[in-house]
Design a protein around this ligand. Structure first.
Ligand code: PEP
Ligand code: MG
Length: 598
């Protein structure tokens, strides 16, 4: 590339901005982690030796990660050492060990090859999962497998250290590799693959390292030392930036850094608008290791615990009652005397039967999922209800029903809950005497019967992630229609207003637990249409609080009143940008997810 006339042309690559912020610097390359294990057919007497090698490798991998964890914990700053827990757990997992041992015995192969075989079968199972988050957990499995293969084959290479600040380019970076690296000199990360929900992205966000993933073929076009810019807020990487591009980005970088500092400081202040209207901010949690983050980001309570994530890493076995009780108690403890809302398993048939379905559904998004599937499998539902009611003996643990479409589903769930309560009473087991039952509004039919649903339930929670996809017929995981996923579409705003009005008429509390409020333009519209309670990924809360504390409800209402009469999402977005002002939005991340075509 250096000899071509294009060598110094400014090049732009777009991907997903997974960790906001701007970095300006020079490139460093991290080579791919792929390690090819050797295939060796072993004689029967070597089988126990291979099994011993495997156990030694598991021990060594665990020991290594434990020591990295201690190092991270001791380092200054709040490095997310707990992100290593899932890997350590996986290395302790009896099923994983058993699967690899079985492969050694059945195929009479060396431990390295048996790890590779086990990895392939687990990745195939992950690929069949419909849920993006769970699918992206396959990166964690790959990470653990590569680590084992490296140890077994003695390939363990030293991690690169960067003596001077650099922007890291790679095809992919494994989460544990990132957690292990000394990140002091890593200004930003840019990779060809990956997305928002990968653990690498989560770690980058927690470390505050700007990152853009999914750049497709960027890494191969970068040379070490090349000047570059990573714009994690807008999902853009610029190679060989021109002088004026650099100057513009220096200004943006300064504004973003100021805003980030203010955001974390604001996290501990009340969520009050300029005209003193209080809002409530809660946290959405998927895995228990996220629980320690909650106080740092200023969440008042836990507004959504996606319990189906208890299935991850368990080979899709449903956790038994005791395992669930422990998990729900942990969630309740993390809520520190406030409330925690457990959403019952929001699963689909793939998860239920490990992908070996006889009659696959042509359209799973419109098939058996959410509350309808949960109610169909009464034994699973009863076990979960027993665990929630028992854990709820010690605090305000609430239940939330996903993907509700009609009132009869809520009535059936309530009847089941009361029958489980009667059962626990008869058994003399301590349990919650009353439990609030909430309904997620995330399917268009639920919007239209929202008032009936609100009367049947104790609270409602708007799942904007799904509501937008179902209203606009835009698959939220399909990159080809991503530009049509528009939260400010008038149909979305009209539906949300309808829900809020229904809640007001019934006097039932309403919160939004979808990610829409993470975008400042959307949050302004949501305040204007009457929402005051939000539950979001913890890291997104400071920015929402910053917006809340910078606007008046009066201004938000005036904006919404005019916005709702505009014909397109693009027009509403443009109006919101003008109303809030460019200076105000500068330094706020999340603007990227609105780049629309109507
Ligand atoms: C939603 O749909 O907005 C929601 C919170 O649920 P999930 O993202 O888990 O589907
Ligand atoms: Mg949903």
């Amino acid at each position: 590339m250096s000899s071509s006339p294009q060598a110094h042309a400014e090049l732009h690559f777009t991907g997903s901005g997974v960790s906001s912020g701007v970095a300006i610097g020079t490139a460093a390359r991290l080579s791919s982690h792929a390690r090819q294990p050797l295939f060796i057919n072993v004689l029967p007497h070597r089988v126990p030796i291979e099994i011993k090698r495997l156990h030694r490798a598991l021990h060594s991998a665990r020991h290594h990660l434990e020591s990295v964890k201690v190092r991270l914990k001791n380092e200054a700053g709040t490095t997310p050492a707990y992100f290593l827990d899932p890997y350590i757990l996986m290395l302790n997992d009896a099923y994983l060990t058993q699967t690899i041992e079985d492969n050694i015995r059945q195929h009479r192969v060396n431990a390295e090859w048996a790890v590779k075989l086990s990895l392939e079968s687990m990745l195939a199972a992950c690929d069949r999962i419909d849920d993006e988050y769970l699918r992206e957990r396959s990166a964690d499995i790959r990470d653990v497998a590569y680590r084992l293969i490296s140890i077994l084959s003695g390939q363990r290479s030293e991690l690169p250290t960067f003596k001077s600040p650099a922007i890291l380019f790679a095809e992919d970076i494994l989460p544990t590799v990132l957690a292990e690296m000394n990140t002091a000199n890593i200004l930003a990360i840019a990779t060809d693959v990956g997305g928002w929900a990968t653990h690498t992205a989560i770690i980058a966000r927690s470390l505050g390292i700007p990152a853009v993933f999914g750049l497709q073929d960027c890494a191969s076009r970068v040379e070490a030392g090349m000047p570059c810019i990573v714009d994690g807020t807008n999902g853009l990487v610029i190679l060989n930036p021109r002088k004026n591009t650099q100057t513009a980005y220096l200004g943006r970088q300064a504004a973003e850094q100021r805003s980030r500092r203010d955001g974390l400081r604001l996290a501990q202040l009340p969520a009050l608008t300029l005209d003193n209207v209080p809002c409530k901010l809660s946290a959405n949690i998927e895995i228990q290791s996220e629980l320690p983050m909650i106080p740092r980001y200023g969440a008042e309570s836990i507004g959504l615990f996606r319990s189906e994530f208890l299935l991850a890493g368990e080979n899709n076995d449903f956790p038994d009652e005791d395992v669930q009780i422990d998990a729900y108690r942990n969630v309740l403890d993390a809520a520190r005397g406030t409330s925690a809302t457990i959403r019952v398993f929001d699963f689909n048939q793939d998860i239920l039967i490990c992908g070996e379905r006889e009659n696959p559904e042509a359209n799973p998004a419109l098939g058996l999922h959410g509350v309808r599937l949960w109610l169909k499998h009464e034994a699973i539902a009863r076990t979960q209800l027993r665990a929630i009611l028992r854990a709820g003996a010690e605090g305000d643990l609430r239940i939330l029903l996903p993907r509700v479409t009609c009132v009869s589903e809520v009535a059936a769930a309530r009847a089941l809950m009361e029958s489980v309560r009667a059962e626990l009473r008869a058994e003399g087991l301590p349990h919650a005497q009353t439990t609030q039952l909430g309904v997620m509004i995330e399917i268009p039919s639920a919007v239209f019967v929202c008032e009936h649903l609100a009367r049947e339930a104790d609270f409602i929670s708007i799942g904007s992630n799904d509501l937008i996809q179902y209203l606009l017929a835009v698959d939220r995981t399909n990159e080809q229609v991503a530009h049509l996923y528009h939260p400010l579409h008038p149909a979305v705003l009209g539906s949300l207003r309808h829900i809020v009005e229904a809640a007001e008429r019934t006097g039932k509390p309403v919160q939004m637990c979808g990610e829409m409020a993470a975008n400042p333009l959307c949050a302004f519209a949501l305040l204007g249409l009457g929402l005051r309670n939000f539950s979001l990924s913890p890291a997104a809360l400071p920015q929402l609080k910053q917006l809340i504390r910078s606007v008046t409800i009066e201004a938000a209402q005036a904006f919404f009143h005019e916005a709702i009469s505009l014909p397109t999402g693009a027009a509403i977005e443009e109006f919101a940008r003008r109303t809030l002002g460019g200076d105000f939005l500068l330094g706020m991340s999340g603007n990227a997810f609105l780049k629309v075509v109507d």
